[in-house]
Design a protein around this ligand. Structure first.
Ligand code: ADP
Ligand code: ADP
Length: 208
């Protein structure tokens, strides 16, 4: 199974991806997580990505396609994968298509997680993640246990200002990939408003 998750920042892609990868037993490939790991490791690529991410802009396509190509060449990604946050531009979608075609592989479904813009800012500003487990919380909608509060991370790009740039980037650069996949009849639109359990059920139903 090869699945792509598309949706605005804060739609719940990471939350749902964590649930779906255990359901389907496929690796979770998140370009955002890979860039954050590179920033933390202080690599040259991490330094470059950091500037774009802080401003809420997309990292250039050549860099992004390069890290995905390397990741998809690893053994565990051969049988299936859940791509979270990639592709995010039409050139990335085209590059992915060429990469998969060359291996005789194809995408099975594109899950479009729909959440209206006016709910996004609250979801993003209240997001916290646990660096030890990778779990994603929300101060109000999915409150973390009190004992781990001190170690939680608030992403530098989870400010109201950066989220506005990220939403603009989503509408201008990412939304145009929807018709690209609609032409291939791969898009499953899923309502991302509701409890995380409700959304998981909807995604599994859409994929079955
Ligand atoms: P969110 O979970 O809010 O949708 P991500 O963690 O997926 O955000 O991505 C965080 C940032 O990493 C993006 O704002 C962008 O700067 C960079 N990034 C992630 N994926 C891509 C991509 N496919 N192309 C370009 N930049 C990306
Ligand atoms: P994305 O990966 O699309 O940026 P996340 O999964 O990180 O989104 O979710 C963004 C924030 O919204 C997190 O704080 C998360 O706990 C919260 N969240 C996720 N799903 C829901 C939901 N169904 N209802 C309310 N809040 C949610």
């Amino acid at each position: 199974m090869r699945i792509i998750f598309i949706g605005p920042p804060g739609a719940g892609k990471g939350t749902q991806a964590a649930r779906l990868v255990s359901h389907f037993d496929i690796p979770h490939v998140s370009t955002g997580d890979m860039f954050r790991a590179a920033v933390k490791a202080g690599t040259d690529m991490g330094k470059l990505a950091d500037e774009y991410m802080r401003a809420g802009n997309l990292v250039p396509d050549d860099v992004t396609v390069g890290i995905v190509r390397d990741r998809l060449n690893e053994d565990d990604a051969k049988a299936g994968v859940l791509l979270d946050g990639f592709p995010r531009t039409v050139p990335q979608a085209e590059a992915l298509e060429a990469m998969l075609n060359a291996e005789g592989m194809a995408i099975d479904a594109v899950v479009l997680l729909e959440v209206p813009d006016d709910l996004i800012v609250d979801r993003i500003v209240g997001r916290r993640s646990d660096p030890e487990t990778g779990a994603i919380y929300h101060l109000q909608f999915n409150p973390p246990p009190a004992e781990i509060m001190d170690r939680l991370v608030h992403r530098k790009d989870d400010t109201e200002e950066a989220v506005r740039s990220r939403l603009a980037a989503y509408h201008a650069q990412t939304a145009p990939i929807i018709p690209f996949y609609e032409e291939k009849a791969l898009v499953k639109r899923v309502d991302g408003v509701g409890t995380p359990d409700e959304v998981t059920e909807r995604i599994i139903k859409a994929l079955s």
